[in-house]
Write a protein that binds this ligand. Sequence first.
Ligand code: ADP
Ligand code: ZN
Ligand code: ZN
Length: 735
Amino acid sequence: MAAPTVLEIALPTPLRRRFDYLPPEGVDTALLKPGQRVRVPFGNQRLIGLILRVKSESSLPLQNLRPAEALLDTAPLLPDELWRLCLWAADYYQHPIGDALHTALPVLLRQGEPDREKGEPYWQLTTEGKGLPEGALKRAPRQAELLAALQQRGALNRADLAALGVARSHVKTLEDKGLVYSREQVLTPPPEPKILRDTPLSLSDEQATALARIPENGFHISLLDGTTGSGKTEIYLQAIARTLTQGRQALVLVPEIGLTPQTLARFQRRFAQPVVALHSGMNDRERLDAWLQARDGRARIVIGTRSAIFTPMANLGILIVDEEHDSSFKQQDGFRYSARDLAALRAHRLGIPLILGSATPSLESLHNARTGRYDYLRLTQRAGNARPPELLTQDIRRQTLDEGFSPETLERIRATLESGNQVLVFLNRRGYAPTLECPDCGWLAECRHCDTRLTLHQTPRHLHCHHCDHQRAVPRSCPSCKSTRLQPLGQGTERSEEALQRHFPDTRVLRVDRDSTRQKNAFRDLVEEVHRGDPCILVGTQMLAKGHHFADVTLVVILDSDAGLFSTDFRGPERMGQLLLQVAGRAGRADKPGQVIIQTHHAEHPLVRTLLERGYHAFAELILSERRLTGLPPFRHMALIRAESKRPENAVAFLKQVRALAEQRHPPGHELGYLGPLPAMLEKRGDRFRYQLQVNAANRGALQKLLSQLAPEMEQHALAKRNRWSIDVDPQDMG
Ligand code: ADP
Ligand code: ZN
Ligand code: ZN
């Protein structure tokens, strides 16, 4: 008897397991390959899984295995290179393989949709329709006209129907009568021989030197470090042009917020070749179509956010990660991969160049550049004739502030508006005020589900927890002492907007935050209004910090820059510096010089002084030397094991046991160190108590080995069921 065929399948379940099935009945087993999708029964549901292995035995008795129901693909979905990358990533980030693979696929493919593009419908006559005598349907002239057109031209598409003035209802009637049927076809435009649409800019010496150092082929990572406006994007465009000339494709990753129509339009203006985007604003069908165009090689340039790192590319020739320091490249829940780090691996395996660009590179990347792992390219001048903005600190310790604004700041805003320019006010807190306070007894509005205060919102008026989404009406009197003098405490964007409008009643004040841009196109409309160039004040959160070029903004005000300085997250200061400079970079992009006012209570803090007096690089050096001393990344590698439970003792007990297991495997020392369990920064969130165990390691290998042993043991552990737990490798957010 021939050996049986068993399919080892990855299913989207939270279990760290692979599942064995028999092949679907009636399917030639020679057609079964890893990477194809199958539909299988699972309990009483149906799931879509991916074949990991086709093998001839199972650890379970064969008669216990159920057959898969259907094979969905004739060929593996992903090219081998990407398939291996996904498997590697599931392993490295300690995530269950089925869920990791599902995360990497477009939604429609997860649901079993065929891996084919949706075509354009077109209509033809059925045999019966063809057989109609001349002059039929005389009493329905529109239908008769349509029939005649079909008889003449064979097939009509949507545009043809519109040109004929035929309504869809007429087509439908003929379809119902069985005279007409519709088909779909994918229209593939013939390949465009031209690479460029627009002439490239002639590069500055600095840009030319940088571009010349980026090889056209072969594995190579460049860290392109240049202030906002120094012409990094122009270098990407020219590097991509070389790749396209070789007949290869480019994949560009940008942070979520940076993927504006502006970015896309800039690429489309430059290249005559098809450019497609992949981002969260697209519907599932659009995403799948773009994905397929990339896989089948018709899309030549793909621009996308984090998950676009998993785009299959027929012939990838260059990878680019813009704003590489941005924390959105690390997924913060579920499959916690870093798209930037996977880009480095993908480039290595494909033997192609990767450009990491930023005005404020991550300390990891700067460290890699310093140790020679990355080639370090610097652009120090702004392109064209733009000058860098002037940074001014304002010590607000002994000043009376007017709703967060110092008198001098208000004066400068006035002068800027009077000279016909625009102002950007940055405050990274949405809502009206961070909380509501009773001045009589000190009561503060707190979330009853979290260790945090409720934010006061004015439009519509309510109290809102930004951590668990709990919402409440605003009390009329103090719940504790009945005082009726409750008042907002601190500043949020709504309140700053109100204050600015009061000071400058004749000026447009535009608020940009998650609340004001909830509606489709709201953000785009706001940005368009600013681009018209009339004097206005923009006030908003970090949505304003990235990606946008506001040519007429000549004054940037940073209201409260201090939050990151004393954060318990060791990345707090790094993020603060990056955010400050990113915001500052919005000013004076064009030929208008910009000014940045930074209001701070800590003008004398060494990090603040270093950043403002000596710049980002000195600032980064200072933080790096502290990290070296304290044994933090990038000098040591880290993983966080998190657990949360309704009862704090469950989380603590579980993590203690995990630590004991880990120490048995690998005693603490230089190679591996353990810290915790410790409460998370926000200890209670949504009624759950959150704890974490930190594992740090001298090298990735030791960390990986330990985690791979621990993960299955944790899953089996009796206490695991009482907790939600996860492993975060190379965590970016320590909360
Ligand atoms: P970055 O990506 O570093 O922010 P960009 O590439 O967007 O910088 O360049 C900033 C501005 O300067 C853009 O308007 C761009 O068109 C212009 N620019 C870039 N390089 C040159 C150049 N070599 N000559 C003239 N203008 C340039
Ligand atoms: Zn009170
Ligand atoms: Zn809450």
